[in-house]
Design a protein around this ligand. Structure first.
Ligand SMILES: Cc1cc2nc3c(=O)[nH]c(=O)nc-3n(C[C@H](O)[C@H](O)[C@H](O)COP(=O)(O)OP(=O)(O)OC[C@H]3O[C@@H](n4cnc5c(N)ncnc54)[C@H](O)[C@@H]3O)c2cc1C
Length: 368
């Protein structure tokens, strides 16, 4: 019997679990190929800790080569640029198309630098990580007292990065500005958490700019309404946009351009294409773009890819009604919320650190 091919596009949080399960239990009669643009997949939960200097970068990065080797899969380091669903081909930037019998997409979302003039030229987006880490190192090396670092974005990533910058650069006399726009700080989080984060931001001397969106980014900093907020460096942590290549994928998308998936994580109307994480838009009700969701979808995706390969019935991914949110404060403390309760302190950081290290150990080959 000829071997069939499972292609995993993107080394995101759900696919690392698919590969881990393939390492434990190979899929008979199938070969797996991971095509991803970065040799290391960042674990978002620990990235702000890397920026704060609490972790070394390698502690927050999953080595795609080692993971695929353990799974008996092939690794193609390249950018997916489109699909030919009729011919069942994944089109890539730098090589021949890759044929698939079964395809799964976990390529995440991209920081939305397209809507604000100057953002693409002058701001540093948090993804891709291989661009971010060297530029952060340069920023840390060059930062001087009296300068300002601005972070744009009022979601969890923006707050955590601003607090990380304050922890790392505040003692060196660098000011931090957090611009959260009209949506405000953590708009989708409980009010009690918002209050605590707002208080923490004030206590740490971070200047919070809200009420008006950033209208432009220039070499001199941010333009907010008619005013300039000067900054030597701008980190871009605003909402997630759909990658442009999805528009040429021939797959059904929601109004924002993300792939429509059924509760089984199968792309609507396709029998052999699945998608999970930020790139997907779950029917009937889309979920927030969050690492927690992508992680939770991983085991269901892994089981359903196996079921699809073996011609068995698929199971549904059932989202949790509420989940634990833990935010690093960048100084060895963290804030958390679950079921409306908010808690903070050093113990919350220890707990987050333990959970994050345990997660990473599963994919770095030293844990289960
Ligand atoms: C600084 C920061 C902190 C965050 N903190 C949290 C947090 O504490 N909790 C939380 O729940 N969420 C957090 N998030 C959000 C979280 O990062 C995302 O929701 C999560 O990463 C989504 O996972 P994913 O698997 O969909 O995609 P990703 O993690 O983005 O992975 C996508 C993968 O696909 C690859 N890829 C992308 N495009 C292509 C392409 N065209 N071709 C080939 N490969 C490609 C990438 O290299 C990457 O390996 C944070 C985000 C940031 C930036």
């Amino acid at each position: 019997m000829t071997e069939r091919t499972l292609v995993l596009a993107g080394g995101g949080h759900a696919h690392v679990e698919v590969l881990r399960q393939l390492a434990e239990r190979p899929l008979a009669g199938w070969r797996a190929v991971l095509v991803t643009r970065e040799s290391h997949s960042p674990y978002s939960g620990m990235l702000p800790g890397v920026a704060a200097g609490l972790y070394r970068p390698d502690q927050a990065l999953i080595d795609a080569r080692a993971l695929t080797e353990r799974a008996g899969a092939s690794l193609v380091l390249d950018r997916v640029e489109g699909l030919d669903p009729e011919a069942q081909l994944v089109l890539r930037a730098d090589g021949p198309p890759i044929p698939y019998d079964l395809l799964s997409i976990d390529t995440g979302a991209t920081p939305d630098v397209s809507r604000v003039p100057g953002a693409a030229e002058h701001a540093l987006p948090l993804k891709p990580i291989d661009g971010l880490l060297p530029r952060l190192d340069a920023l840390f090396a060059e930062a001087r007292a009296g300068q300002t670092v601005a972070v744009v974005g009022g979601g969890a990533a923006g707050c955590e990065m601003a607090l990380a910058m304050a922890a790392r650069l505040g003692p060196r006399g660098v000011r931090v500005v957090l611009a959260v726009g009209r949506a405000g700080l953590l708009p989708d989080k409980p009010a009690a958490l918002r209050r605590r984060v707002t208080a923490e931001i004030a206590r740490r001397g971070i200047a919070l700019r809200s009420g008006q969106d950033v209208a432009a980014v220039t070499e001199a900093g941010l333009r907010i309404g008619d005013e300039m907020a000067p900054a030597e460096a701008v980190l871009w942590a605003t909402g997630a946009a759909a990658a442009p290549w999805l528009a040429h994928s021939g797959l059904p998308r929601d109004a924002a351009g993300f792939l429509l998936v059924e509760p089984s994580l199968r792309v609507t109307g396709r029998t052999n294409v699945f998608a999970a994480g930020d790139v997907s838009s779950l029917l009937p009700k889309p979920l927030p773009k969050s690492g927690v969701v992508a992680v939770r979808q991983g085991p269901v995706l892994a089981r359903n890819l196996r079921a699809a390969a073996e011609g068995r019935t698929l199971e549904d991914y059932v989202p949790q009604r509420d989940w634990l949110v833990l935010l690093s404060l960048g100084d060895g403390r963290a804030l958390g919320t679950r079921n409306g309760l908010v808690f903070s302190g050093r113990w919350v950081w220890w707990w987050k650190d333990w959970l994050d290290r345990r997660f990473m150990a599963r994919y770095q080959g030293n844990g289960r």
